[in-house]
Design a protein. Structure first.
Length: 148
């Protein structure tokens, strides 16, 4: 079908001028669609990158973290100037170990981004403070004993 639009189907005669401008319009539409797709994709990636950066910057002592190398532990110290954090791994029985990582090494965390968004404020205003669920953190030693 596309071939019949771009070429003249009435024999071996060359394509008419009308068919030629139609092909240029079709090429122009494809180029515009590709440009729009690239712009939307780059905006989406930029938004994801900003959200990931906010999450990494929200890590504080007491948060559980998994690094890109697969090391899991609890953050005990955060140095914003050097962009690093100290991770505590192990248990009382096996011995604790402290390792220093760059913040960019964070793969997963239970840290919550404290947003300045209006939607976050609206959600907090709707739910009274006494009805908000309390989050209880258990020390790493207790959770390891419970798993046994």
């Amino acid at each position: 079908m596309l071939y019949s639009i771009l070429t003249n189907t009435e024999g071996s005669q060359p394509a008419a001028a009308n068919d030629q401008w139609m092909s240029w319009v079709l090429i122009g539409v494809v180029i515009v669609l590709v440009i729009v797709m690239l712009v939307v994709s780059s905006r989406r990636n930029k938004k994801r990158q900003q959200e990931a950066e906010k999450l990494i910057n929200s890590v504080r002592p007491g948060n559980k973290v998994k690094t890109i190398g697969g090391v899991c532990g609890i953050v005990v110290e955060v140095d914003d100037e050097e962009n690093t954090f100290v991770l505590e791994t192990g248990s009382e029985a096996s011995g604790k170990c402290y390792m220093k990582f760059d913040k960019q090494a964070i793969y997963q965390t239970d840290a919550v981004v404290e947003g300045d968004d209006k939607s976050d404020k609206k959600g907090k205003e709707e739910q009274p403070a006494e009805e908000q669920p309390a989050v209880e953190e258990q020390p790493a030693e207790q959770s390891a004993e419970e798993q046994k």
